[in-house]
Design a protein around this ligand. Sequence first.
Ligand code: HEM
Length: 764
Amino acid sequence: MQLITIGLLAFAVFLLATIHFLKLFREMNCRSPSTPPGPTQIPYLGRIHDLPIQHMWLKFKEWADIHATKTGFYQTEMLGAKFIIISDEKVAEDLLVKRAKFNSDRPMIRSLFDSKSEFGSMEYLPLMGRNQYWARQRKLSHAYLTEATNAQYHGIMYHEAKRFMARLVHDPANFQFWLEDMASKVMCSLTWDDTSLSEYCTTSAWGLLTQMSPAGPLTNVLTPLWHLPLFMNPWKRAEHKRHDEQQAWWMERLVTVREKMSRNEMRPCWTKQFLEKQSGMKTSISGDHEASSVIGMLALVGIFTVAGPLSYWLVTMVHHPEWQAAVQREIDEVCGDRPPTLDDTPRLPILRACIKETMRWKPNVPTGVAHETERDDVYNGFFIEKGTRILPLDWAFLRNPAKYPDPLTFRPERWLEPSWPTYQAPLTQYPTIKGMSSFGWGHRQCLGMQLTQDELIVACGSLAWAFTLKHKIDPLTGRQKPVPLDKSNSLLIVKPDPFEMDFEPRSRERREQVLKQWERAEQKDVKQRVDFLRAAKTARGEMLDGSEPTKQQPIMSNYINTNAVVGVTAACSFILLGNAITQSFMGVPALLVDFPRPLAGSKEEYTAASKKLGKQWPVFWQMGNVFFRPMSTLGIFTYSYAAIATLRAASSPLLSDFGVSTPQSTTWKLYAISAACHLITVVHSAINMQPINARIDALRGDDQGNGRSVEGVSNGKIQVGESAHEGLAEFWARKWIRLNSVRIVMPAIAGSMAMWGLVRGASK
Ligand code: HEM
C-alpha cells in the first residue's frame, strides 16, 4: 500500500473519532432540563483529569459552590461512573433518608475482592451492598454496640485512658502512636478481651483503609488496570496477600476465644457473646467465617474513626488555649481531683461543645461515604440514573454559612449560646455529636456514634484534666514549632500528618496522680485476670465431683490428685522399708540363732536344724510374697503416674501463664526415681531372691523327711541332704540377708524422693 493511502486512512479514522468524540461531548454537556447540573464532562474521562487524588473533597466543594448553589447537588462522571455530589443537608435527607429504600446500596470498590459481598464473601460490613449479609451483620453489630454502651464498656475506656495518660508522661514524643493504640486497645478488649492485639489490629486497619480509599491503590481510580493478568498485576497480588492475612488473623481470634471458652478462661467480649449464641443456635450469622469477619471489622472500624477526631482535638486545643482553659476549668469544677467519667457527661457541656466543634471544623470523613442508587429516579425534576453513586459531602455540609455562621473558624460557642442557629437546649443533653451529618445517612448511618462520643469524652476529658497541650518550643531557635491546620492524609478517614507538640502536666501532683492511677489500674487489671483464671480452675476442679468432664480436665485433675497418690505410695515405701529391716535384722537372725556349725556339730543335728529352717521359712516369707511384693509392684505404677501427671501439670500454660501455682518442672523426676526404685526392688526380688527362697524352702524335705529337689532352679541337683552336709543352709540364709539390703535401700530412696517432691510442691 502506498504511503499516501495509509495517510488518508489514518486521517479518516482520526476524523471519525473526532466527530464521535464531539458528538459524545455535545450529548454529555448539552443537558436536557432533567439532567442535574455539574461541571463540563470529557467523554470517557468525565472529570478524572482535574479531580486531585489528594484532598479531593476541596475540589468537590469548589464544584458545589459553582454548580449546586440552587439545587444543593450536582452530577459529575469519572471513567463512565456517574456521581451525584450532595452539598446540602436537606437534599441528603431527601435522597438518603426519605428514599433510603432504594438509595442505600454501596458502590463496588475495585481494589477489594467482592467488597459488596455480591458473591457471598460477607467480609466488610460498612462496604456491603444492601443484601442479606449486610442486614444481619448490621443487626448484630448494633446489638453488641448497644449492650457495650449500656455496660459503660465494662470500664475499658477508663482503663485505656489511664494507660494513655501514663504513656504521655513517660514518652510524650510518641503521642500519635499512643493515641491510636488507645483506640485500638479499647476495640480489641471489646471484641476479644485481648489488648496485646492492638498493634497488629491497627496495622490491619490501616491496610484495609488504604485499600478502600480513592487515594489508595491506583486501581481504585484507573479501574481497568485491575483486570490485568495476575503476573503483571502488582495491585491484585498485593490485595490477595493483605486479604488472606487479615482473614486468617480474624479467624485465629475466633478460634482462640473458642479454645479459651472450652477451658472456662474467657472473660466477656463480643466474640464470646457470639459463640455462646452460636452454640445455642440463636444467631442468623452463617458460621465462623462470617462471625470472625463481622467482629474483626468492628474492631478495625473503631480505631481510625476515633483516633482521627482525637488527633484533631490536640491540634485544636494547641491553637485555642482559651477554650482549653475553659474545658479545664469546667472539669476541675465538676470532677476536682479525678479525671471525668461518663457519669459526668451531663455536667460537661463545654467539653462536649469543643469536641463537637472539633469534629465540625476538622471532619474526619470529609467526602462522606458513597451510597448507590438501585433504580432510576427523578428528584426535583432531575433524572438520577440507576447505579449512580451518591456522595454526601460532609465537608460542604459543615461549612454551610447559613447553619454554621463563620464556618471556617473554631467557635464552640455555637453549641452553647442561644444566639447561634445550632444551639439546642437543655445543655445537660446538648451538644451531642449523635446525629451529626458526619455519621452518614438513612439505613447506612454509622453504628458507632455513642461509642465515639463516650470515648472522646473520656479521652479528651482526661487529657484536659492531666495536661496543658502546647506548642513545642524549638530548642535552637526558641520559637514554637508549627502545628499545621491543613495537613492531612487523603484516605477515606483522614487524620493530621505527623506533627510535634508538648504535653505539660498541669502540676507535679497531677503528674504523680496520673502515674499512680495507672499503676493502680494495672495492678487491679492483673489481679482481676488472675482471679478469673483461678475461679476457672476451681470450677473445673468442681466438675470432677460430678458434672461433665471437659477436654482439659485431666491436666487439672492429675495435678490435684497427684499429691494424694504420692503421699499414699510414699507411706507404702516406708512400710516396705520397715518390713525389710525387720526381716534382715530380726526375722532371719532369729531363725539362725543356735544354728549348729556344720563341721563342729553332728550331721544329724545340722540336718534337723536345716529342716526346721526350711519349715519355718514359708511362714516367714509368706508376708513378703502375698502382701509386700504386690505393694511394691503397685508403687511402680503409682509413682510413674505421679511423674507423668506432674510433668504435664508443670508444662501446662493454663496454670503457669497466669500465675496459678504449678508443680516445679523437676519434681516429676523425683517421682520417676521413686518408680525406678520400686522397679529395681521387684525385679531384684524375682531374679535374685526368689531362687534363694526356693532353696531354703526345700530344706524342709518331703513328708518322709527325705530331701527334695529344688524345682526349676537347680534341676534337682541340689538336694536337701547335700545342702545340709555341705553347710549350705546357713550360707543361703545369710546370703538372703545380704541381698535383702536392696529391699531396704530402694524403698528408703523411693519414699524419701516422694516426700521431697511433696515438700517442693507445698512450698510453691
Ligand atoms: C468520628 C467517628 C466516626 C465517624 C465520623 C463515622 C462515620 C461513618 C460514616 C460516614 C458511615 C457511613 C454512613 C453512610 O453510609 O451513610 C459509617 C458507617 C459505619 N460506622 Fe462509623 N463513624 C465513626 C465511628 C465509628 C465507630 C467507633 C464504629 C464502631 C466501632 C463505627 C461503625 C460503623 C459501621 C459498622 C458502619 C457501617 C454501617 C452500614 O453500612 O450499615 N463507626 N460511619
